[in-house]
Design a protein around this ligand. Structure first.
Ligand SMILES: CC(C)(COP(=O)(O)OP(=O)(O)OC[C@H]1O[C@@H](n2cnc3c(N)ncnc32)[C@H](O)[C@@H]1OP(=O)(O)O)[C@@H](O)C(=O)NCCC(=O)NCCSC(=O)C[C@H](O)C(=O)O
Ligand SMILES: [Mg+2]
Length: 289
């Protein structure tokens, strides 16, 4: 079982917001996206860049995975962002609005040329119609690309859609499609943000929906969303108990040379045991968090 890295809660924060960067040291998110793109105004880009690089090199964020979201390819800030981020060496450099496998390969070459440490992964956002149509090639384009992040705000914007509870149109066109493409490439995929920071119920419903679809976690915009995201995407005590029971029942059947068993009246085969073991590995990875 490959090492599981929990990414239940992936909290964005504006790189120019020093209070948020400070507060994040005590927020129980699995990962932080230190943003230089949409949440940072043009006149604050240089300050944001300096802040996020200092945050990354401070070593004060404990187990939290740190990603720097740079500005997209072709913007006036992109090259300086890549150079500074590569030098700071975060766990990941997140690039928005990626639209092709060729761009992924160019980005890997750029962060390597800028001296990024081996440990710095590339994460890409899929958030435009062209990116969605190329999701499969993007996800499979390079082994250094390990995580895909959904940009649902930009997708709704670019498709002239509406933000509605249940995200019907988004689920059918963009979310399910990208999830399949990323899983086919054996990568990690994180769901988009929920914009109404005051609507805890709506957030919980959307986080549950993302969990049921198979997303690995959810990107967040406010600290109040962290705990409900952690709960939605982590195996519950009941999940762990069921996984242990399934494995025990299957082992008993296997001892009698049977390849199929039942647990609580439901059929279990090898594929169910693989998932049960993944759940136990995930629960173990969360121990001590
Ligand atoms: C949305 C906000 C602007 C709301 O901010 P504010 O009104 O300050 O919220 P609160 O007063 O409730 O804040 C309470 C305390 O929490 C701190 N805080 C708030 N947000 C964050 C955060 N994201 N990370 C860390 N800390 C945070 C406040 O400083 C308060 O602290 P204190 O009172 O001193 O204890 C704000 O939440 C915000 O800026 N959120 C992030 C916005 C962002 O990063 N947007 C970009 C990503 S979304 C996106 O682009 C997705 C994708 O590209 C797409 O296309 O979908
Ligand atoms: Mg976006």
């Amino acid at each position: 079982m490959t090492q599981i890295r929990p990414r239940r809660s992936v909290l964005y924060m504006p790189g120019a917001n020093e209070r948020a960067l400070e507060k994040a040291k005590s927020i129980d998110a699995d990962a932080l996206i230190l943003d230089l793109e949409d949440s940072v105004s043009p006149d604050a880009k240089d300050t944001g860049r300096a802040n996020v690089c200092a945050a990354v090199t401070s070593g004060e964020y404990g187990h939290r995975e740190l990603a720097i979201r740079v500005n997209s390819i072709g913007t006036q800030w992109h090259d300086d962002d890549i150079a500074a981020a590569a030098k700071a060496g975060p766990d990941a450099i997140l690039v928005p609005k990626v639209e092709s496998a060729e761009q992924v390969r160019e980005l890997v070459a750029a962060i390597e040329a800028a001296g990024a440490p081996e440990s710095t992964q590339l994460w890409a956002m899929i958030e435009t119609p062209k990116a969605l149509l190329h999701a499969e090639e993007i996800a499979a384009a390079h082994e250094r690309l390990t995580v895909i992040v959904m940009g649902t705000n930009d997708i709704v914007n670019e498709t002239y859609g509406l933000h509605v509870p249940g995200r019907n149109a988004l689920v059918l066109t963009s979310l399910a499609w990208t999830l399949l493409a990323v899983r086919a490439a054996g990568k990690v995929v994180i769901d988009g943000v929920y914009n109404d920071v005051k609507d805890a119920e709506g957030f919980a419903a959307e986080a549950r929906q993302g969990r049921e679809m198979g997303f690995d976690g959810k990107t967040l915009i406010h600290p109040s969303q962290v705990e409900p995201a952690n709960e939605a995407f982590a195996p519950s005590a009941a999940d762990v108990e069921r996984a242990e029971g399934m494995i025990a029942a299957f082992d008993e059947a296997a001892a009698e040379n049977k390849g199929v068993a039942t647990y609580n009246g439901k059929m279990i085969e090898e594929l169910h045991i693989r998932d049960a073991k993944r759940i136990l590995a995930y629960a173990e990875a969360l121990q001590g968090r």
